[in-house]
Design a binder for this molecule. Structure first.
Ligand code: HEC
Length: 140
């Protein structure tokens, strides 16, 4: 078996593990979008993306391609909020990224939670050096 195929299989095994809690609505439903986004991040996203969004969660280190580093200022400048929202709700496959980035269909009707997750992803941008986040809003 090629090593890249093996990496992919490991990724899908992790995906199965991760979808189980997501299917039970892991982290949703406190009534406060900020609280829900924080618990969704740690229950669903941090496994792959890492607590600081660096792509170094336990599952993130095992899959290929690895999740990108959200503290990369160039990437932060290159994406719109709308794209981040779409990736979160529809999953990577909908945007030509890897399907390992799973959709979160339960968030479709909860735009305020999706927004709070986008803010969280934006919050991983470096705060010093280069332009401050928001200086050059990316095109929507
Ligand atoms: C099973 C692992 C996994 C989980 C769980 C996961 N992601 Fe991802 N995510 C990925 C991978 C891998 C990529 C990189 C896709 C690529 O570059 O092809 C990605 C990409 C992204 C991107 C960047 C898309 C872009 O434009 O480059 C965002 C934003 C994102 N994920 C947010 C989230 C959020 C928020 C959650 C939790 C609701 C989450 N992800 C859960 C693996 C995961």
């Amino acid at each position: 078996m090629s090593s890249s195929l093996r990496a992919r299989l490991v990724g899908f095994a992790f995906l199965g593990l991760l979808l189980a809690p997501a299917g039970c609505g892991g982290g949703a439903g406190s009534g406060d979008p900020q609280v829900d986004a924080a618990s969704i991040w740690s229950l669903r996203c941090a496994n792959c993306h890492g607590p600081e969004g660096r792509g170094d969660g336990p599952a993130g280190r095992a899959i290929s391609p690895r999740p990108r580093d959200f503290s990369d200022a160039a990437w932060q400048r290159s994406v719109s909020d709308a794209r981040i929202q779409r990736v979160i709700v529809e999953g990577g496959a909908a945007l030509g990224l890897t399907p390992t980035m799973a959709p979160n269909p339960d968030l479709r009707g909860r735009p305020e939670v999706v927004d709070a997750l986008v803010r969280r992803v934006r919050g991983f941008a470096p705060s010093e050096g280069g332009e401050p986040p928001g200086a050059a809003p990316p095109p929507r």
